[in-house]
Ligand binder design. Structure first.
Ligand code: DC
Length: 217
């Protein structure tokens, strides 16, 4: 089975590109960030402190996250979380949850479970380095912090969440730091990854470029 990994920071455009790629190649799609976000939702809902690692492990092990590819809805333990899972609050808490080694180990197994069908587009931070080190093609997508904050701002506004661009730039820079500098599975390109800077590219251009690389594998 073919595996294409798509790693990079938030706002780099990998989510949109990943979905387009999965459709074009008729592959499964794993948005691994959603798993960390789902744990964050349950941590907040159950008023669990980030120091209560055992409880967080239990949440990660027992949660039931489902996707409906027909209408792009996301269900967590049967409840529609399609909107709430992408809020800024969840972005911030999920970045903290992602620093817990044992939680990452539990999610590691869940992520490997997405290997089904023709192939897999795996989107995240450590897909090419840790989860699927033998992938057929590894892409690391990046974009300037300004371009990423602008895209995220547009996305949040589209969903009725008003956050200032300046605050978003700060929040993105701080999450970049914690995602890149953490000891376990930091956000770094795999040594054999192809790096694409999408700051001045459209989603279609990025997708076409990756398909070209894929066809050449
Ligand atoms: O891609 P995203 O913004 O939805 O990810 C949410 C958080 O989860 C982000 O702060 C980094 C973390 N994450 C991770 O550590 N490893 C992954 N494979 C995916 C996401």
């Amino acid at each position: 089975m073919k595996i294409v990994t798509l790693d990079g920071p938030s706002g780099s455009g990998k989510g949109t590109v990943g979905r387009l790629l999965a459709r074009e190649l008729n592959f499964n799609y794993l948005d691994s960030g959603l798993l960390y976000r789902a744990v964050a939702i349950l941590v907040i809902e159950n008023c669990i402190a980030l120091s209560e690692v055992n409880n967080i492990e239990g949440i990660a092990r027992n949660m039931n996250l489902e996707f409906s590819s027909e209408n792009n809805k996301i269900f967590l333990d049967g409840i529609d979380v399609s909107n709430s899972i992408r809020t800024e609050e969840i972005s911030i808490v999920s970045s903290k949850v992602a620093q817990l080694k044992s939680v990452r180990a539990i999610l590691h197994e869940i992520q490997r479970g997405y290997l089904k069908g023709n192939g897999l587009i795996a989107d995240g931070r450590d897909m090419g380095t840790v989860i699927f080190p033998d992938a057929d093609l590894k892409i690391f997508i990046t974009a300037s912090p300004e371009a990423r904050a602008y895209r995220r701002h547009k996305e949040l506004l589209g969903r009725g969440e008003s956050v200032s661009l300046r605050d978003l730039e700060r929040s993105i820079a701080s999450r970049d730091r914690s995602d890149s500098e953490r000891k376990i599975s930091p956000l770094v390109p795999a040594v054999d990854a192809i790096i694409i800077d999408t700051s001045n590219m459209t989603v279609e251009e990025v997708k076409d470029k990756i398909v070209k690389h894929y066809r050449a594998t």
